[in-house]
Write a protein that binds this ligand. Structure first.
Ligand code: GLA
Ligand code: ZN
Length: 683
């Protein structure tokens, strides 16, 4: 249990007291108490202050603030400050500074500007982490350790190239095997000596593709291995500090804060290194204006819960209102910050934390909202909303902690698959992995069906339906596990661009969709890529309906599978586009094209109904409902994501305790716009 030392929903944020004179600290603490803050994170970026010289630490100010916070009942998430090394360090040990993908040696500045494989960096970061842990191991305020901040560094320096070669030689044993697995015969890439291999950059195998608006590669097998290697290198940086802290504080959980489903870090591999997953939630401009934003956020929350197999996670950062680093930094409308905070809890978070406590006076983030604004008092809309939320969370005590989401549907997500899909040259730049997974998630979320997002290695046995959208890269163990699941009576659903390549990005020969072909009972002869303005139609065979589809259209032959829908247009009109194969006692379903959401909702709804999978409660459209369970208790979160009041009628044959919100005597509840109701079913 992560919240062991402080069994409550943690509420607070990043605190940078060293940016302020000491007389401000007292006011900070008073205002924190007023807002019901119980936890702050510090000192995230204070390495320069804590270690002003190579052999001199200065913890005096940190000692003082820790005591002050503790005396006032505020706990601390202790961060190591290693995301921004001091200037003297970069100057004296320039090897710490990374080389970017364009091959440019970076200079000191910004943050996250270090080579994760630099031994000097690792030694210094271990040393400061250890010095802090040793000094504060007995301090009663510390409830969690937070290593570094939003690991986002990447490097392509000579040192990284060297380490990459060692990593490769461990993975493949010999150059012969590597040449084989990377199929280096293509474009004459055969390697004769290990030192012919370097990090792939714009000077070699990588190129920025303006059509796709992303980096692509001339050599996917290598680029994917470099991504694996980089993700692991950064993970080792984390472990390097974690292990040092552990020596002094073996019982305090240790984590780092992770960005959006950040593409460069394979979080399912990271999961085992983290005691708890901590996530920073900052929807983009494109996301904020989407009408399906609740599903977009819901999926990210569920993915974060999936990283540690359903264990509760932490919402480590969000903004109280606006950001500064988007193109357009709109405010969160009244009620929205509270609503999204509860949405995080509804999906398994046990904290609501913000960036940051006091708004910085200058620097890049001075216009980023904070819990204590530049005005210097809390008589503001944002502060009032925070105070209300803080008070509510305080009133919940430990009631929400250690609950579980019992989903019977799983969506498989995979980072190396994400890399192969988006490094792929062809068939379409419009193919974005996350977006495709989102479409399937959204179709379920619309009907409030609980979903777990899981890794390929997860235990699937408690799911009735497992969906693996655009699962291009597969390994034998995963495929066998899916086959077993279906044989035992469950349903497996996959799509176009699936089952195609092995872990080295080599096509599985013998007809598409390669590894899944047998289970699906189909053969995909070829795949058409449609232009954005082109469409085809999905025509279900048992009705006269038709829905649009597009982007990629597989030309499919049913080889034993039952045809559920056919294409409506083009030379492949009448050919299957949705198939269902009976395999053992279960069904293996193939969706051969990107289909209209309405069709997807019906299709997935049908399979859910077949297993009796239903929403936790029946609610009007635009209202989200989730259920979190713990020993004999069921807690329901009902979230009105719309700008209109919504009325929810609860089943009258049950008794309910209202934890947040209000209900009438006839078990009816009208939620105001963006309002929330949390109920406990009385057993
Ligand atoms: C990230 C970082 C914080 C801060 C916020 C601003 O989440 O971790 O240090 O920069 O963004 O939104
Ligand atoms: Zn490097």
């Amino acid at each position: 249990m992560v919240n062991q030392k402080l069994p409550a929903i943690w509420f607070g944020g990043d605190y940078n007291p060293d940016q302020w004179d000491e007389q401000v600290w007292k006011q900070d603490v008073e205002e924190m108490k007023r807002q019901h803050v119980n936890v702050v994170t510090l000192p995230v970026f204070s390495w320069a202050h804590l270690q002003p010289e190579e052999d001199r630490f200065d913890f005096s100010w940190l000692d003082k603030i820790l005591d002050l916070l503790y005396e006032n009942g505020i706990h601390v998430i202790m961060a190591t400050p290693t995301a921004a090394q001091p200037a003297w360090m970069s100057k004296k040990y320039p090897e710490i500074l990374p080389v970017d993908i364009a091959g440019r040696k970076k200079q000191h500045g910004a943050r996250n500007n270090f080579c994760p494989n630099s031994e000097v960096y690792r030694n210094f970061s271990r040393r400061i982490a250890g010095a802090m842990a040793q000094r504060y191991c007995k301090h009663p305020s510390i409830v969690l350790w937070h290593v570094n901040n939003e690991y986002g560094t990447r490097c392509y320096c000579e040192n990284c190239s060297r380490k990459f070669r060692t990593w490769l030689s461990k993975r493949y044993g010999s150059l012969e095997v590597l040449n084989e697995r990377w199929n280096t015969r293509f474009w004459g890439h055969t390697y004769y000596e290990w030192d012919e291999i370097s990090a792939p950059t714009y000077l070699s195998e990588m190129v920025y593709d303006s059509h796709a608006a992303r980096d692509i590669t001339f050599f996917p097998s290598m680029a994917i291995d470099y991504d694996r290697f980089m993700s692991e290198s950064i993970q080792h940086c984390f472990e390097n500090e974690r292990d040092e802290i552990r020596k002094y504080m073996p019982d305090t959980p240790i984590t780092t804060n992770i960005m959006a489903p950040y593409k460069a870090l394979d979080l399912f591999s990271w999961g085992k290194s983290l005691d708890v997953l901590a996530w920073d939630c900052y929807p983009s401009n494109e996301e904020i204006i989407r009408s399906d934003l609740p599903a977009v956020l819901g999926m990210k929350f569920d993915l974060m819960r999936g990283v540690k197999n359903g264990q509760p996670f932490m919402l480590m950062e969000q903004t109280p209102s606006q950001q500064n680093w988007l193109a357009f930094n709109s405010q969160k409308r009244p009620g929205v910050m509270r609503l999204w905070s509860y949405q995080a809890l509804a999906h398994g978070s046990e904290s609501v934390l913000f960036f940051q406590w006091r708004q910085s006076q200058s620097g890049f983030e001075k216009y980023h909202a904070a819990m204590m604004p530049h005005a210097g008092h809390s008589n503001t809309r944002i502060c009032r909303e925070l105070t209300q939320l803080g008070g509510e969370l305080e009133s919940l005590k430990d009631q929400l902690l250690n609950a579980e989401t019992n989903a019977r549907v799983a969506i498989v997500f995979d980072w190396p698959n994400w890399w192969t899909v988006e490094y792929s040259s062809g068939p379409s730049v419009a193919l974005r992995y996350q977006e495709q997974v989102e479409n399937y998630y959204k179709a379920l979320h619309k009907n409030n069906i609980a979903v777990d997002i899981v890794s390929k290695k997860a235990d699937f046995s408690h799911y009735d339906i497992v969906i693996a959208p655009v699962m291009c890269m597969v390994d034998e163990i995963f495929v066998q596990k899916c086959e077993e699941l279906v044989k035992q009576g469950k349903t497996f659903i996959t799509t176009f661009f699936s089952g195609l390549v092995d872990e080295n990005d080599r096509v599985i020969l013998g007809g598409y969709p390669g590894a899944f072909r047998k289970m699906l009972g189909i053969w995909v002869e070829e795949t058409d890529a449609l232009l954005p303005q082109q469409q085809n139609r999905v025509c279900p065979v048992q009705s006269d309906d038709a829905y649009s589809c597009g982007m990629l259209c597989d030309v499919v032959h049913a080889e034993g599978a039952q045809v559920k829908a056919v294409y409506g247009d083009d030379y492949y009109a009448g050919m299957p586009c949705v198939t269902e194969n009976t395999y053992g006692k279960g069904k293996a379903v193939y969706v051969a094209t990107a289909v209209q959401q309405e069709y997807l909702e019906k299709l997935l709804g049908g399979y859910c109904a077949a297993y009796g999978i239903e929403p936790a409660l029946k609610v009007p459209e635009g209202v989200e409902v989730t259920c979190r369970e713990k020993s004999n208790e069921k807690i329901y979160f009902i979230l009105n994501h719309t700008e209109k009041p919504q009325t929810v009628q609860l089943p009258t044959d049950k008794e309910w305790d209202v934890l947040i919100g209000a209900m009438t005597f006839d078990k009816c509840c009208t939620l105001k716009p963006f309002d929330v109701l949390i109920l406990k079913e009385v057993q």
